[in-house]
Design a protein around this ligand. Structure first.
Ligand code: GLA
Length: 384
């Protein structure tokens, strides 16, 4: 891969890249729409990700090119930047802008990106490109940011430059991910533990709905606002900072404070899902994959009925999964509104699962999904 990318870099810039970096994508095992409510999530970095090859130039220009997209940006070094159009290059441009505004003296850099994360699939290609760019600039210019700084600044670019009010889970997972481990992350304190994902004779399958995602960003921001409104209602009587500061029993006692029925359902999902993550962590530590799978289905049902971020395509996947006795559990992963689902599938039955779900889904939806065997990999790094 590296050699091939070096050749591509040479073709683009007529010189060799000086260094190369990689940042993965992520899946979230459970704990969805929790991070911006200060609760527990359980993401893993995957082996798909974003490669970035770079070489500084003498002409004070940032050249942002990708092997995945035709559009590109060549932009002279300025004091700062703003988002320009819908192009992919806004992610690295936002990171460059952050470094500049934070007082770092930058010079021009030729950059070439290549990603093998399916685009718009909900596997965090955006966090991956943000973090790989931030990591590379930090290394090249010796800016002295810690990995946690890079996570926070990438999230800030997503929120303030790109305009999506996401939580910290994706950037954290792609930076701190470890091979064959899930991160039990407390999104309030940012304490985390890397726990073994010992799946026994199961493997993790990723099923991409291949549904073009529309309105995902505006619907996402709408959910964030709904949670804030529900929290404000509960704060009339409860001294809490986040929805996840209370458990289901306390919520049931105080939910009368939330007068709006839609807001109440949103909060119910968040608080019950946070409790489910605790149960899931305990099930995983006891290798009780049947229980873990049951919690995955419960998570999906709640995202469908209470949080309303699923859709016919994602529901069709879990609907099929429930009919297959070689599947322990399945659920949508990430923001929803299309994107991907994950399933725990008996390893020996994976090929059959893949064929069957493809046939079932194609029959119901009219086009095929993509099914991958997912490997849990390491976080952002320099490629030697
Ligand atoms: C997206 C966001 C994350 C998180 C998930 C839902 O991936 O970027 O911060 O909120 O959705 O769990």
């Amino acid at each position: 891969m590296r050699n091939n990318l070096q050749q591509q870099f040479y073709k683009l810039y007529h010189k060799n890249a000086e260094s190369a970096f990689f940042s993965p994508g992520r899946v979230n095992l459970i704990g969805e729409h929790i991070d911006y409510n200060g609760g527990l999530v359980m993401p893993c970095a995957i082996t798909f990700g974003t490669y970035l090859l770079v070489s500084p130039n003498e002409d004070n220009v940032f050249r942002l090119r990708s092997l995945n997209f035709d559009d590109q940006l060549d932009i002279p070094l300025q004091r700062d930047y703003t988002k320009t159009g819908p192009g992919w290059f806004n992610y690295p441009l936002g990171i460059i802008d952050y470094f500049l505004r934070d007082g770092h003296r930058l010079r021009g850099i030729d950059m070439m990106f290549y990603g093998d994360i399916p685009i718009s699939s909900g596997l965090s290609s955006s966090a991956s490109i943000e973090v790989v760019t931030a990591f590379a600039l930090n290394e090249l210019l010796d800016c002295g940011y810690t990995k946690l700084d890079l996570v926070k600044l990438s999230k800030s670019v997503e929120n303030n430059f790109i305009g999506v009010n996401s939580g910290i889970m994706d950037q954290f997972a792609v930076a701190f991910g470890e091979k064959n481990k899930a991160l039990m992350l407390n999104c309030d304190t940012l304490d985390y533990q890397a726990v073994d994902t010992n799946l026994g004779n199961y493997i993790l399958a990723i099923i991409n709905t291949n549904k073009p995602r529309k309105l995902a960003e505006s619907k996402y921001n709408e959910r964030v606002q709904e949670c804030q409104a529900a929290l404000a209602a509960l704060q009339q009587k409860l001294d809490i900072q986040n929805l996840c500061d209370i458990d289901t029993a306390t919520f049931n006692q105080y939910k009368y404070l939330i007068k709006d029925e839609v807001l109440s359902r949103r909060a119910q999902h968040v608080i019950e899902e946070n409790d489910r993550v605790k149960l899931a962590a305990s099930a995983l530590s006891k290798n009780n994959l049947a229980e873990f799978g049951r919690l995955m289905y419960a998570s999906h049902d709640s995202l469908r009925d209470l949080y309303e971020v699923s859709g016919r395509e994602l529901d069709t996947i879990t609907e099929y999964a429930k009919t297959n006795t070689n599947v322990a559990g399945a659920r949508m992963t990430g923001a929803g509104f299309g994107g991907c689902a994950i399933a725990l599938v008996k390893e020996y039955a994976f090929d059959n699962f893949s064929d069957q779900i493809t046939a079932y889904y194609t029959d119901k939806i009219g086009y095929a999904p993509s099914v991958y065997r997912s490997l849990i990999g390491d976080g952002v790094r320099v490629l030697k």
